[in-house]
Design a binder for this molecule. Structure first.
Ligand code: FES
Length: 325
């Protein structure tokens, strides 16, 4: 694992809620190369878990991926913040940061180097990894279309550099500008099943793209996504009981906490990484009970089988689960 000492060289307010941070090496060592879709894990003081921020690239004329002179992050101030974005927005030029990475759980696949136009879809701050993908495709001379969705033009970051770089390949869809709005379903209806889709944004957007592409018979391997929020309770969630079969412990999981969180509070040391149902690291075997799968990792067949589950996000249809822990 690469630990990086970084120093902030510039901060810009892109919108009232989004700031960009330009980061240089803090110790003179060259910054590691990265690939489009990659992120850094930034350490936040007094927080157990680092926060993941995607690396933004907006310049196709220089090799920002292979020989980065700096890293660029875009951070939205969340409301409520769990500590990460609030800390980032309080930083000043010259402040030091410690990070790990770059990591990439959302890579552009080899197939995207073919002739079919790649469809890039960003919602809100989900533009950060998608912008890097668009830049990489532009540099490679590959066909692509970048759809950027947002609530309002005033809340959408990087509009000017994106327009300058991508020209007519950029299509902005703002809720407050009916002339630009275009339903996702319509966009997907008109796309070709052979195209690769990359989507990053809020859960509702990703769920909508997944449902529509499934309905249209799109190959799952052509639909790539990254979620920008951790697991949160949903309306109607209820408490459940979990038995850890190996230790014999019984844990009560309240409606507003995940199984993973309760395990941590109980002094267990569960494995995890993304905490949003994407990586599969927290997967456990289910011995009894019916999981309510909310992850983006398992196949439909694995979900139906119900033999494993992602405890960072999934819950239970039954009142009780027995896990092989
Ligand atoms: S920690 Fe990544 S799927 Fe649970």
């Amino acid at each position: 694992m690469t630990t990086l000492a970084l120093s902030i060289t510039d901060i810009q307010a892109e919108t009232p809620l989004i700031k960009t941070f330009l980061l240089a090496s803090g110790n003179g060592r060259p910054l590691p190369a990265f690939t489009p879709g990659a992120h850094l894990k930034i350490s936040i003081p007094d927080q157990k878990d680092p926060r993941c921020y995607s690396l933004v690239s907006l310049d196709a004329d220089v090799d920002e991926f292979g020989k980065p002179e700096h890293y660029r992050l875009g951070v939205r101030l969340e409301d409520p913040s769990t500590g990460g974005s609030l800390y980032m927005h309080g930083l000043q030029v010259g402040d030091a940061l410690q990070a790990e990475g770059p990591f990439n759980d959302f890579p552009l696949h080899a197939q995207s180097s073919g002739d079919a136009e790649t469809v890039l879809i960003a919602g809100g701050i989900g533009i950060t990894p998608i912008a890097a993908m668009a830049t990489a495709l532009k540099r490679a001379g590959k066909p692509y279309r970048l759809h950027y969705y947002g609530r309002s033009i005033a809340q959408m970051a990087f509009l000017s550099p994106l327009a300058a770089l991508h020209g007519s390949a950029l299509q902005v869809h703002a809720d407050d500008d009916p002339a630009t709005s275009r339903p996702l379903a319509e966009l997907l209806d008109q796309a070709d099943r052979g195209q690769h889709i990359y989507v990053c944004g809020p859960k509702g957007m990703i769920d909508a793209v997944r449902a529509k592409t499934l309905e249209l018979g799109w190959p799952e391997s052509h639909v790539h996504f990254e979620l920008f929020v951790n697991a949160g309770p949903q309306f109607g969630d209820r408490a459940l009981e979990v038995e850890l079969r190996q230790s014999g412990r019984i844990l009560q999981i309240p409606a507003d906490k995940t199984i993973l969180e309760v395990l941590e509070e109980a002094g267990c040391d569960p494995l995890y990484d993304c905490r949003r149902g994407e990586c599969g690291v927290c997967q456990v075997d289910v011995l009894e009970g019916t999981p309510d799968h909310r992850d983006y990792y398992l196949s439909d067949a694995e979900r139906k089988e119900g033999k494993v589950m992602q405890i960072c996000i999934s819950r239970s249809h039954s009142d009780r689960l027995v896990l092989d822990l």
